[in-house]
Design a binder for this molecule. Structure first.
Ligand code: UDP
Ligand code: MG
Length: 325
């Protein structure tokens, strides 16, 4: 009898969120399965989470899960976004060690072996750190670079640069993540927040195997705002700082006006007033916007809605208890 039946939990779970990845699923499962066979003997599961894809991703996942002991298919009720799809996978998976990767094969599954060896040196988290980013636009690289630098300045915890969600985590780290109730999830930051011993694993990031990126600029910006607002309240304090600066500037201007008055010159023009009013007005609206960003998030969090809804779990694993909604 294998370890599978005795412990009811696999040694390794690989969790993969999938959104419109029909061209990648077959190769993905083949490569991940091969890597797991090699490095996790027979005790592994691959959890594929379909995040409301519009193409044939789910029917492909369901087909594979129905035939394979190792593949678990999770179908979400709609598209909840990458981080929530990943959270769903982390809730469902049962492995002692959990590997997270993307469905587009940008993160090579074959690194499971070397990353597992790194874990055995006594780490709870081994995160992939990108040395290169093949096939990504200059804009994407530059924006990612600036983003991680700014984030580093704003947050108290150390969020390593050039990392994605590609990583290995121990069961206790995954349990801690699952216990975090927040809706706006910046998972790589949350993992740093958990702590324990964490190590970087440098690797070369491949280009997308097929299909196109689901992170257009708009999504990237909202992801960046999520990251900052989930880990920092410094932007809120900016109001006070700007107020101080504007006040000092106002005092200086006042001094200038008074001196001009007594030296017989008048400070001219409504243009200067209009400029000042516009600048101050825009600063106030900007700060109100930042407040609104935090307030809106508090409102959404206060509703305590479930993070995601699972429509179906497809699995033919034996001996693994999994609640099916
Ligand atoms: N993804 C998802 N839901 C979404 C968008 C993306 O589950 O709404 C998945 C996608 O299938 C992939 C991973 O998240 O496995 C990363 O997405 P993508 O490759 O498009 O992002 P990029 O690598 O370009 O940052
Ligand atoms: Mg990708």
């Amino acid at each position: 009898m294998g370890r599978h039946q005795i412990k009811h939990t696999p040694a390794v779970s690989v969790v993969i969120p999938c959104f419109n990845e029909q061209e990648n699923i077959t190769t993905l499962v083949e490569r991940v399965e091969a890597a797991c066979m090699q490095f996790a003997s027979n005790s592994f599961e691959i959890v594929l989470v379909n995040d409301g894809s519009k193409d044939h991703t789910w029917s492909m996942i369901a087909g594979i899960a129905g035939n394979s002991q190792h593949v678990v298919g999770v179908n979400l009720a709609r598209n909840y976004g990458h981080q929530l799809a990943l959270s769903a996978g982390l809730q469902i998976c049962r492995g002692d060690i959990v590997m997270v990767m993307d469905a587009d094969l940008q993160d090579p599954p074959e690194l499971l072996g070397p990353m597992l060896s790194k874990m055995q040196e006594g780490y709870d988290v081994v995160y992939g750190q990108r040395l290169s980013r093949a096939g990504e636009t200059v804009l994407k690289r530059a924006s990612a670079n600036i983003f991680y630098r700014i984030l580093g300045k704003l947050v108290d915890i150390q969020i390593p640069c050039d990392t994605g969600d590609f990583r290995l985590m121990s069961r206790r780290v995954v349990e801690e993540l699952n216990a975090m109730p927040e809706r706006y999830r910046f998972i790589r930051g949350m993992v740093s927040w958990v702590g324990f011993a964490q190590a970087a694993f440098p690797y070369e990031r491949d280009a997308r195997h097929a299909g196109k990126s689901n992170y257009p600029l708009k999504k990237m910006i909202s992801f960046a705002v999520d990251a900052v607002t989930s880990f920092s309240t410094i932007p809120l304090r900016l109001t006070a700082h700007l107020g101080l600066i504007a006040g000092l500037f106002g005092l200086l201007t006042l001094g200038w006006v008074v001196i001009s008055y007594f030296t017989g010159q008048t400070v001219g023009g409504w243009a200067s007033i209009a400029a000042l009013v516009l600048i101050l007005g825009s600063l106030q609206l900007l700060m109100l916007g930042i407040f609104g960003e935090y307030l809106g998030r508090m409102y959404m969090e206060a509703k305590h809605r479930p993070l995601f809804i699972i429509q179906e779990v497809r699995s033919c694993q034996i001996g693994v208890e999994r609640e099916n909604p």
